[in-house]
Design a protein around this ligand. Sequence first.
Ligand SMILES: Cc1cc2nc3c(=O)[nH]c(=O)nc-3n(C[C@H](O)[C@H](O)[C@H](O)COP(=O)(O)O)c2cc1C
Length: 314
Amino acid sequence: MLNKILKIKYPIIQGAMANIATAEFAAAVSNCGGLGIIGTGAMNVEEARASIQKCKKLTEKPFGVNVMMMNPYTKEIMEMIAEEKVAVVTTGAGNPGIYMDMLKASGAKVFPVVPSVALAIRMERSGADALIVEGGEAGGHVGEQTTMALVPQVVDAVNIPVIAAGGVADGRGLNAALSLGAIGVQVGTCLLVADECPIHENYKLATIKAKDTDTIVTGRSLNSPVRVMKNKMTREHLRLEAEVSDREELEKLTLGALRKAVFEGDMQNGSVMMGQIAGMCKEQKPLQKILDDIMEGSKKELQNLISKHEEMSW
Ligand SMILES: Cc1cc2nc3c(=O)[nH]c(=O)nc-3n(C[C@H](O)[C@H](O)[C@H](O)COP(=O)(O)O)c2cc1C
């Protein structure tokens, strides 16, 4: 299980969230028994180093760092991470193959986030220690496949451990992931409503109010799909995508849009990233309670599952 591999209490990774998963937030998750991850997003190397050093001061527990492969400073950030020696490196939106040996030599475990069986197989060949297999119901940059269909296919295709991401927010979700063959889960959306989550109050409220159908994927036609809450910006984005596919216009529209949502609380023009499971995240709670509830729910639901099996008795 993931908790044994990482020597943490719970088999739960806090998914990286650019501008949100700060050193403080990651340390808080690690102190609550999960694996906190610093989201380096578009940081430069010095900003990323300062975050890692701050996180080391705030927790003695293992934590990880996420690198978005489209960041122009990726090479320098990877070299810095190898120097700083962190427990886990996760990667998003690309292939970290060329950095694998250097990171592993530094003692880090490398968990690429993958949206398909093909990339999963490539990452295993490149030496990944485990894979975070993310379905398209997740918030943020996503692939096409659903968690339900993708996780078991990757589990069958590789020989390294799989962590399921996308659509998990309670014990039922954790049990479902384990049933599909995963050894743990990565969650993002359900942590947006944590007391400690450093997003604008409007963002937290929007997550709490969201229904199952309130998110949409923009950028599919640009090969850069992102799941966000439906708002004025997404309507405009999808209109421009359909009409002109003018990359420059679209880039203008989304420039700084995540920051608008996270820091200014602009729920109309901001990129309010959240996953489909937001519809189930109905109350603000301390981080510790969110993680404890997932684990306790998992135990309780297991009993239900056993009873259901007994009733099936064929
Ligand atoms: C607001 C937000 C920002 C995200 N930013 C990143 C990111 O910077 N890098 C990354 O690899 N994944 C990112 N993700 C994906 C999460 O790390 C995680 O895999 C995902 O949220 C799990 O699915 P869920 O949203 O259904 O819980 C983001 C997700 C959200 C909700």
